[in-house]
Design a protein around this ligand. Structure first.
Ligand SMILES: [Zn+2]
Length: 268
């Protein structure tokens, strides 16, 4: 809060000046120690947390119009909320999904770097992308929940990439996130190379809301956060568990949507 005391303002102004001076020192030091590079190809850049022009062009962003349930692109914008034929024929358990980009090019490279190369420096850019792509489902959401890993997988990988994304998005949007309201109780086989039916059987009953977390889920609008949506089997299984526990709405937000050729890739 501002204060009318002129002396106070002077002190605040001096503190602000000192802080700005320290900030610019810190920034010069950071530039010297870790000069900014493109998050994907590592080409030198003038700013942090971004991509070079070539890598930007290789992000296939998903833009409206999209199917309101699956988040898949639609050919024509008819100006109203539209549900695709695929969603009508086989409605998902979750309410709405949104993804930043197709699982190809730079988006795929950034996800692979996050998951398999311990490169977490892309999280601020990925968080900004999630915030934009998910604006309409985030506006009245109460809680962000990352798709959980089984504890043994967590032990070998040491981190959950979905939790890194959810935490960063929560920080940027000043929202609540909770990695403990949904747990993976069944250690499922890798989803890679499985058909859609096999994936659904693989993850059925794999997720549960623990008794102690029920109060945080009941009547809440939840946004599940994951890195890639493939067939939707995993997020559907998560949504089923959250809805069984009383969630009012479960939406899904991911960096990428894998369709066609990329569904069978190593993405679980
Ligand atoms: Zn680049």
């Amino acid at each position: 809060m501002s204060t009318p005391n002129p002396a106070g303002l002077t002190i605040r102004a001096r503190l602000a000046q000192a802080s700005a001076g320290l900030g610019s020192c810190r920034s010069r030091l950071a530039n010297f120690v870790l000069p900014p590079v493109c998050l994907s190809c590592h080409k030198p850049l003038i700013g942090y947390d971004t991509l070079c022009a070539t890598c930007w062009r290789n992000v296939e962003f998903i833009r409206p119009p999209v199917c309101d349930r699956l988040g898949t692109p639609l050919a024509h914008d008819i100006g109203v909320i539209t549900i695709s034929a695929a969603a009508t024929a086989d409605p998902p358990v979750y309410d709405r999904a949104r993804a930043v980009a197709h699982f190809t090019g730079t988006a795929r490279a950034l996800i692979h770097a996050l998951k398999y190369a311990d490169r977490h420096d892309g999280r601020r850019l990925l968080g900004r992308w999630l915030s934009t792509a998910g604006a309409e489902i985030l506006d009245d959401a109460h809680l962000l929940v990352p798709v959980p890993l089984h504890r043994l997988r967590l032990f070998t990988r040491r981190f959950n990439q979905a939790a890194i994304l959810a935490q960063e998005l929560a920080r940027q949007r000043q929202m609540a996130w909770d990695p403990a309201v949904l747990i993976r109780v069944k250690r499922t086989a890798q989803q890679v190379g499985l058909t859609r039916d096999q994936r659904m059987r693989n993850v059925a009953a794999a997720f549960r809301v623990p008794e102690r977390a029920l109060a945080r889920v009941e009547t809440r609008n939840i946004v599940l956060v994951d890195d890639v949506i493939t067939t939707g089997a995993t997020v559907n299984a998560c949504a089923r568990a959250l809805k069984s526990a009383g969630a009012a709405r479960v939406d899904v937000l991911a960096i990428a949507l894998a369709t066609g050729d990329h569904v069978g890739e190593r993405i679980s």
